[in-house]
Design a protein around this ligand. Structure first.
Ligand SMILES: *Cc1c(COP(=O)(O)O)cnc(C)c1O
Length: 379
């Protein structure tokens, strides 16, 4: 039995690559790593990716939502976890009971946290988000000291962290990130002078972790780079950091059609001559986008997807690969022989970024884990 005889389409995740990448960041800076595993670990599978990162020395897990944090706890991961986004009021009790750290920016969140702490007889762990220029979440720098004073007086809460997020750390021009870092540092100095600096100060995403050691502070929040994916075209990765994900499928049918045959819904492709056409059991419901111009790798060659992408299937033109047979393995993202089709390449075809490409690979695509290390991460 092999993956190619057991699945139609599947994702292989090399957990050794994730461990290698986390270790690379750890060695590079010596600062603690938060493994950002939101959105099913950018499509890689949250629990195995989180375990691999912790095995490699990551000390925190970062998620966007309380549901994700609870899933990590349910898998017995007892590392510190930060919900970096919004926690709905009725979920604050669960967060406190499970010792999940929450992000705050609104005084009303302090009351909720205090109430939950009292009920649970356990502290609420809070990270204050400062909006230094992303304009997404956070208190404004000018209001931070006042907020922290309020926080420090709130019973039952621990002021565990202070953080911000960069909007343009993946660009070559350092100016906008310099400005944000400057605002953040000014806030930090104010807190230090008031003896209100929390233990965990953090700012850097993958791009800033790579390019801006001055923004490492106490913790680097490494997301995209932990999976071996580039933060952007302008911010590539060192050669030692490698992609963990390969998306595969098998040829379900290979056939020769005469000239003039329409292919797939709407017949937007018509065979010009006798052509070898194959079908793949993957479609837009798997996260393979319904755009024109898609490509896949067959027998180490890039070949075109033709006609419309269906919900569960696509057709490809195989004149360049006369020997292809039903059951052959096809690569949608990854490497096959000498040929490569990276998440970055696919993103270019789709007019988006690699983040969206791997996040979009849907839940029905089975994830197969390579080099899984059993046992709990050391704590
Ligand atoms: C998603 C996210 C990250 C990780 O960003 P990458 O670019 O993937 O490294 C870090 N911090 C916050 C607040 C995030 O939302």
């Amino acid at each position: 039995m092999s993956n190619a005889t057991f699945y139609s389409t599947w994702v292989e995740v090399d957990l050794e690559a994730i461990r290698n990448n986390v270790q690379w960041f750890q060695n590079f800076s010596g600062v603690a790593v938060m493994a950002v595993v939101k959105a099913n670990a950018y499509g890689h599978g949250m629990i195995p990716a989180a375990k691999a990162a912790l095995q490699a020395g990551a000390s925190w897990c970062g998620v966007a939502r309380i549901e994700e944090a609870l899933e990590l706890r349910a898998a017995s991961l007892d590392c510190p976890i930060l919900v970096m986004g919004y926690t709905p009021p009725d979920r604050v009790d669960e967060a406190v009971a499970q010792q999940i750290s929450m992000t705050v920016w609104d005084p009303r969140q302090l009351e909720l946290a205090a109430g939950a702490a009292k009920k649970a007889q356990m502290p609420a762990r809070l990270h204050l988000k400062v909006d230094t220029g992303m304009s997404r979440l956070g208190v404004q720098p000018e209001g931070t000291l006042d907020f922290v004073r309020k926080l420090a007086k709130t019973p039952g809460v621990i002021f565990e962290g202070l953080f911000t997020h960069f909007a343009r750390a993946d660009e070559t021009d350092p100016t906008p990130t310099d400005a944000q870092a400057e605002h953040f540092r000014a806030v930090l100095i104010q807190l230090e002078q008031a003896r209100l600096r929390p233990p965990v100060v953090h700012a850097a995403n993958s791009a800033a972790s790579l390019t801006r050691p001055s923004a490492h502070f106490d913790l680097m929040r490494v997301g995209i780079a932990m999976y071996g994916l580039y933060p952007s075209d302008e911010c590539s990765l060192p050669g030692a950091v490698r992609a963990a994900l390969t998306w595969k499928a098998v040829l379900s049918q290979v056939k020769v059609l005469p000239a003039g045959r329409g292919v797939s819904y709407g017949h937007i492709y018509t065979t010009r001559s006798q052509e070898q056409i194959a079908t793949l059991p993957v479609g837009y419901a798997d996260g393979f986008r319904r755009t024109l111009g898609n490509q896949v790798l067959v027998a180490g060659k890039r070949v075109p997807v033709i006609g419309r992408v269906c919900m569960d299937q696509i057709m490809i033109q195989l004149d360049e690969v006369p020997g292809a047979r039903a059951g052959d393995e096809v690569v949608l993202i990854g490497q096959q022989g000498e040929a490569r089709l990276t998440a970055e390449d696919v993103a270019k075809i789709w007019g988006t970024i690699n983040y969206e490409v791997t996040c979009a690979i849907s839940a029905r695509v089975p994830r197969v884990y390579l080099h899984e290390k059993v046992g709990h991460p050391p704590r």
